[in-house]
Design a protein around this ligand. Sequence first.
Ligand code: ASP
Length: 645
Amino acid sequence: MYFPSWLSQLYRGLSRPIRRTTQPIWGSLYRSLLQSSQRRIPEFSSFVVRTNTCGELRSSHLGQEVTLCGWIQCRRQNTFLVLRDFDGLVQVIIPQDESAASVKKILCEAPVESVVQVSGTVISRPAGQENPKMPTGEIEIKVKTAELLNACKKLPFEIKNFVKKTEALRLQYRYLDLRSFQMQYNLRLRSQMVMKMREYLCNLHGFVDIETPTLFKRTPGGAKEFLVPSREPGKFYSLPQSPQQFKQLLMVGGLDRYFQVARCYRDEGSRPDRQPEFTQIDIEMSFVDQTGIQSLIEGLLQYSWPNDKDPVVVPFPTMTFAEVLATYGTDKPDTRFEMKIIDISDVFRNTEIGFLQDALSKPHGTVKAICIPEGAKYLKRKDIESIRNFAADHFNQEILPVFLNANRNWNSPVANFIMESQRLELIRLMETQEEDVVLLTAGEHNKACSLLGKLRLECADLLETRGVVLRDPTLFSFLWVVDFPLFLPKEENPRELESAHHPFTAPHPSDIHLLYTEPKKARSQHYDLVLNGNEIGGGSIRIHNAELQRYILATLLKEDVKMLSHLLQALDYGAPPHGGIALGLDRLICLVTGSPSIRDVIAFPKSFRGHDLMSNTPDSVPPEELKPYHIRVSKPTDSKAERAH
Ligand code: ASP
C-alpha cells in the first residue's frame, strides 16, 4: 500500500486566513503569528541534510539534483528500492554500472528498514512504468551517491500496513510502530488540530495558555488520584485529575480567559477507552454563561477541524439530560441513527399481558419500545434469545419481540395477546415497516430506558455486522446535553449524594431553593458535549459564592471542607462569576481519525492494564531508594508469609 498524498492535505489548513474578530492588543506579536500561520506548507527540509522529502517529488522536480534521507521500505531484484520518510515513498534506481559498484553494494546489502542517505537526479519513469497509485509514481531517482546511515537488525514485525500484529507487540516496539502510515497520520493530525486550537483560542479570542502544577493535593469528590510520595514522612502529593481548582483560582486572579493542553491523571483501573494519563483541552472564562461556552467550543471545533473531513456544522443541537435518557436511554447518545425509545404505556392500559399489566399497575410503571429496522430480515432467533437473556441477567427485565406488520412470531406466544387496535396504534406510534421488529419492555422509567438504550446499540452493532449501514462512518454527529441533575445517589451508598459532574458546579438558577429542600431534584449548570455516542467534553458554570460552595461541600456532600479551604477562601476575595469546560483530546482525535482505540492517537500510551510495555513500567525500585520517602513495600506474598508465621 502506498502513502496517499495526505500530508499536504493536512497542512493546507495553515493557509486558512485568520478571521479577526477582536482587535489584537500585542500588535507586533500578533502580526508575526499571523504571518507564520499564513505560510502554505511548512518547510520540511530546512536545517537538515536532505533537499527534499521522499513523498514530495513530482514531475515538476524533473532534472533536479536531490538528496533524500529515509528508510528502505523494500527492494526488487537489486535494481531498485523504495525509500520512505514521513511524507511518502519514492522509487530509487540502483546503478548497475561498474563505476558505481560501491553505491550498488550499499543499496543492495543494507537490510530493509535501514536508514540511508541518497543523492541523485529526479528522472521520469520509462513510459508504461508509471505507478498511478503512488503520488510520486511518475518519477524515480537516478542515484549517484549513497550512504548507509544506520543498518537495521531483523525486525520483530514488518512496517507494512497489511501486516497484522498484536497490540502488545506494537506497544513493546512503539518506536517501530510509529513508522507506520496510520500512526504518522494520527499524530500529525493531532498536532495540527492542537495548533489550530491554540491559534483560535489565543490569537482570535485572547485566551492565555497557562501551565498549572502536576504535583498537587487530593481533590475531594472525584476520580481516584495517583499519589506521589514526598520526603516528609507520611505526606503525599496527588497527581491532579484535572486543573479544575487552578483554573478557577486563575479566574479569581483576574486572568479572565485561560486554556491549557493539560495532562491529567486518574487511577481508575483498566477500561478500554481510558488511559491513566490523558490530555484535555482545558478552558475557563470569567463573566460567561452556558451559551457563551457552547458557542466558543462550536467555533473552536469548526476552526480546528481537519480539511480532509466534512466541515462541522454549528450550532450543535441541544437536549436535556431528561430528554436524552427518555429518548436514547443514555446521557451520551449516538445520534447518527434513529431507533429511538418510544413510550407506549397508553396503548397497553387495558392489556391482558401479565408483565405489562404488572408494570403499569405500579406508580412509575411504563411500557417502552424500540423499533429495529428490518430486524426480521437481519436478526436471527438466537440473537433475540441472547437479547432476552441479557435483559433478564443485567436488568431483571423482560423483553418482548413483536412483529407488527408481518404475520410472524419468535417463540413469544404473549405477542398473540396484542389486540388489533393496539397493533395498529403501535404501528402508528413506532412508524414500523414490513420487516421491522419491535422490542418491548415494561418497568420503571429509568430502568426501562437504560435497558432499551443498551439494546439499541447492541442491535445497531448486530445489524452492521450483517451488512446494514446504520451509522455513516463519515458523519460527525455532535450533541450538547444540558440540565443534568446536580447530584446523583452514591453508587456504594444510594442514600448519600455525590456530584454528577464535580462539587464546584453551580446549581441551575431556577433550582437553587431545592438545595435546601429536595437537593436530589436540583438541576445544574453542567453541560456535556457528545460526539457519535462518546462524551468528548464536559464543563459547568461554577459556584463563585463561598457560602454556597461550603454548604454543598459540607452539608450535602459531607466532604471535609478543610481540604478545600484555600479555594473557599479565594471565593471570598471577590471571585468573578466563571465557567469552563474540558475537551478530552485523545478521544476527540480518536473519533476524528476513526481509530479503533485511543491508544492509536497517543505516541506512547499505556496498555489496557496501565503498563508501558516498551520500558516495563511501573517497575520495582530497590528498598534504599524508598527510604527517603519512609516507604516500605509489603508484597501480597510477604503478608501471606507473615500470616503463616
Ligand atoms: N475539570 C472538569 C473535568 O475534568 C471539566 C470542567 O468542568 O471544566 O471533567
